[in-house]
Design a binder for this molecule. Structure first.
Ligand code: UT7
Length: 339
């Protein structure tokens, strides 16, 4: 339930829990060789991906979001009716409306929650976190669930090998809670941005109001279309720029970052960023090889696995950074303090 803003502001947001849900079926690069003109060697060497998860025929995005939301609540020991707001960053919703968030809130029993989707593609999880922190620290809400959920397997073109091999399906997210504490926020800072002039570099042209699905269209326009080289150039620039800008604003350097968790799109983009930022590769976490690009789910999926593997531990300062359709970018520095 959304409340009223507090006149004084003693409430601080905390990243309280992480969780994820992925479909059972793993599709390897070798499996894709029978669908598009590609090879395991090309995919692995050009992207770092070995396999990705793909939904069953009867699953849609909300089914993954529901699984992730339940897992996050279980790990936090919170019941669904204690959720004030459920935000689902996604650019592959079940349908144009209702929102994935509203469907998910109903399914998990978060009947008092305000629920809405946000569309910032692969930057969406960090955009969602910024909203969660603002809601909590203004006093409008105490418990906000942010669940990035995507089913890209339904929007990639089996006739376009340059995009078909890149994406996977997943949902993952975090619980942001308010604690009554006048101290500094554990969310140390955000850097969000968008450049709509490059929107056509990564898009699905059909299905909205400009080209409604009710009108005749070229089937290729109902699928994701990407200028891979242009997005690659954009990604390498904005990862470095946004992280440095955020650290500069905070009076910090890359040495103040314990763990870097970048959007999992292409290992070559990540390697480039690691060199440019001058961070020790041992302080960078990724799981791209097993999931491919899961867009809004990719950063929380990596965070949750880093925690499960004991790489992400309480007290660490974590820099997340993402980029994607819009074109958008987003960075966030947070102290992981799940207690
Ligand atoms: O979340 C944000 C979403 N997007 C991204 O992060 C994507 C950013 N871009 C990329 O990751 C890379 O640009 C790609 C992985 C998409 C492509 O890699 P690239 O090294 O930029 O390849 P390219 O587009 O320059 O293509 C090189 C060659 C071409 O053949 P020719 O023209 O040199 O004969 C392509 O046709 O590789 C060919 N190619 C493939 N070959 C085998 C493209 N896709 C494939 C494929 N299998 N799947």
């Amino acid at each position: 339930m959304i409340g009223v803003p507090m006149s004084s502001n003693p409430r601080r947001a905390r990243l309280a829990a992480l969780g994820y849900y992925v479909p059972e079926r793993a599709v390897t690069n070798a499996d894709l060789e029978s669908i598009v003109d590609t090879t395991d060697e090309w995919i692995l060497s050009r992207t770092g991906i070995r396999e990705r998860r793909v939904v069953a025929a009867d699953q849609a995005t909300s089914d993954l979001a529901i699984g992730a939301a339940i897992n996050i609540l279980t790990s936090a020991g919170l019941s669904a009716d204690e959720i004030d707001v459920l935000i689902v960053p996604t650019c592959t919703p079940d349908q144009l409306f209702p929102s994935v968030a509203a469907v998910t809130a109903d399914a998990i029993g978060a009947h008092d929650a305000a629920a809405f989707d946000i569309q910032a593609a692969c930057s969406g999880f960090i955009y969602g976190l910024a909203q969660a922190v603002a809601l909590v620290e203004s006093g409008l809400a105490r418990n906000v669930l942010v669940v990035g959920a995507e089913v890209f397997s339904r929007v990639i073109n089996p006739e376009d090998r340059s995009t078909y091999v890149l994406f996977g399906d997943a949902a993952a997210g975090a619980l942001v809670v308010g604690v009554d504490d006048a101290g500094p926020s554990t969310f140390i800072g955000f850097e969000l941005g968008a450049d709509g002039s490059k929107g056509d570099q990564l898009q699905i042209p059909v299905g909205g109001t400009r080209h409604p699905a009710s009108q005749p269209f070229d089937p290729a326009d109902a699928y994701l279309q990407m200028n891979g080289r242009e997005v690659f150039r954009f990604a390498t620039r904005v990862i470095e720029d946004s992280v440095i800008r955020l650290l500069d604003r905070l009076g910090m350097t890359i040495d103040d970052v314990d763990l870097l968790v970048p959007h999992q799109a292409n290992q070559r983009i990540i390697d480039h960023a690691v060199v440019r930022l001058g961070i020790d590769p041992a302080r960078v976490f990724g799981n791209l090889d097993r999931y491919g690009n899961t867009s809004a789910a990719s950063i929380p999926l990596a965070l949750a696995e880093a925690r499960d593997q004991g790489v992400l531990t309480p007290g660490m300062r974590v820099m997340m950074v993402g980029f994607g359709a819009g074109l958008t970018w987003a960075a966030c520095l947070v102290r992981f303090d799940p207690t």
